[in-house]
Design a protein around this ligand. Structure first.
Ligand SMILES: Nc1ncnc2c1ncn2[C@@H]1O[C@H](COP(=O)(O)OP(=O)(O)OP(=O)(O)O)[C@@H](O)[C@H]1O
Ligand SMILES: [Mg+2]
Length: 355
């Protein structure tokens, strides 16, 4: 029998950093920010999203960007890395009217290339700072709205401080600007507690939760046309965005044959790309707390953890706080905790057997 060579594209894509085709449950956060762009007083105009690895922060930013790119807007989309301010200037110049270089002659000497690699132009006697450059560019684009989309925000960068000071200055001067940022819960926590970056405290905050399982099951069923399978697969994903893609991807690839095998494949990828990376960044105290918490129950009481750790309550409390702030554990009722990431308990057991 001749094998048919039909190429069917898998609708799932378990890659980090882009909006997947099957993208669900984030309409609120996306719409709130996008509709806020029409209202200069909207509290969503400065929004900060916090979420653990794989919760879908970058997917939201990309989705927002795709919805708002427009000739009446300058949409600047970057990640916090050394040199991101020059990236912002490059993008702003590229989206300005062609005559911007004539209007602001000093920009010519700060060509994209010299900016990109951080070379100071030799014949430039005076190079304005970031704030002046962006203000001059904004002045020349008065008819346009400027939206900044910043991924992986943290407070460890000097440039971040300069950027925020500039942004606040633009707001004070009445420019039509908005900002959408995303970072891990611990980075966002550090930013919100930063004595200098007080601006963030008034920003609208969104803490990403898992997607409602019913939505996941619904979308799986549209693709797999099998309600029972869709429901079981959705439960196995816990609504955690990266797992929604992994489970969907392997189930599709496997032609919906074996859910257990799909879950196993998904967990291998999940542990490698999320749990391990997080685990190796934890302190010994954090790991001790997590291991003490791992008693096979879904919900564990803090007092049991203290007993199991065999330490003073205050000591255990400081680790509880740290792990809550980093989004790895969640409070469910008074004194009750659970792991925020799916299959964390299983992972901890596996890793303790290995080391
Ligand atoms: N709302 C969603 N519905 C379904 N899948 C999603 C959703 N959001 C993100 N995903 C998928 O989850 C995975 C992780 O998404 P993303 O890269 O946006 O996470 P992140 O929070 O930015 O992670 P990191 O902290 O590593 O940057 C990707 O495979 C993406 O396709
Ligand atoms: Mg990301």
């Amino acid at each position: 029998m001749k094998t048919q060579n039909i190429k069917i594209n898998n609708p799932f894509n378990p890659q980090f950093g882009r909006t997947p085709d099957v993208f669900l449950g984030r309409d609120n956060v996306v719409n709130e920010f996008v509709s806020g762009l029409d209202d200069i007083n909207s509290m969503n105009r400065a929004t900060i999203i916090a979420g653990v690895r794989g919760s879908g922060k970058t997917a939201i930013l990309s989705d927002v960007k795709s919805l708002i790119v427009d000739k009446n807007r300058i949409v600047i989309d970057t990640t916090i890395f050394d040199g991101f301010l020059t990236d912002i200037i490059d993008q702003a110049i590229k989206q300005s009217a062609k005559n911007i270089l004539k209007k602001i002659p000093y920009l010519t000497s700060l060509s994209a290339l010299s900016f990109g690699v951080g070379i100071t132009p030799q014949n430039a006697t005076h190079i304005p700072g970031f704030k002046s450059i962006i203000t001059d560019i904004a002045e020349e684009n008065k008819n346009k709205q400027i939206v900044f989309i910043l991924d992986e925000v943290h407070n460890k960068s000097h440039e971040m401080r300069e950027f925020i000071a500039t942004y606040q200055h633009l707001v004070r001067d009445g420019f039509d600007v908005a900002i959408l940022m995303a970072g891990t819960p611990d980075s966002v926590f550090d930013i919100l507690n930063d004595k200098v970056l007080t601006f963030f405290r008034s920003a609208y905050r969104v803490y990403l939760k898992n997607i409602d399982i019913r939505l996941v099951a619904y979308d799986y069923n549209v693709i797999f046309q099998n309600e029972v399978l869709a429901h079981e697969a959705a439960e196995a994903s816990y609504g955690y965005p990266y797992l929604i893609q992994l489970v969907g991807y392997y189930l599709y690839k496997d032609r919906h044959r074996d859910l257990q095998r799909t879950i196993l494949q998904s967990k291998i990828e999940l542990f490698r790309n999320v749990h391990e990376l997080i685990f190796y960044g934890l302190s010994d105290g954090d790991k001790r707390f997590l291991n003490a918490m791992n008693n096979g129950e879904n919900i564990v009481s803090f007092s049991d953890i203290v007993v199991k750790m065999g330490v003073a309550k205050n000591y255990a409390s400081s680790y509880r706080r740290r792990l809550l702030d980093s989004g790895l554990i969640e409070e469910v009722g008074y004194g009750k905790l659970r792991f925020a990431l799916p299959y964390m308990g299983e992972f901890l057991l596996e890793i303790s057997r290995m080391i």
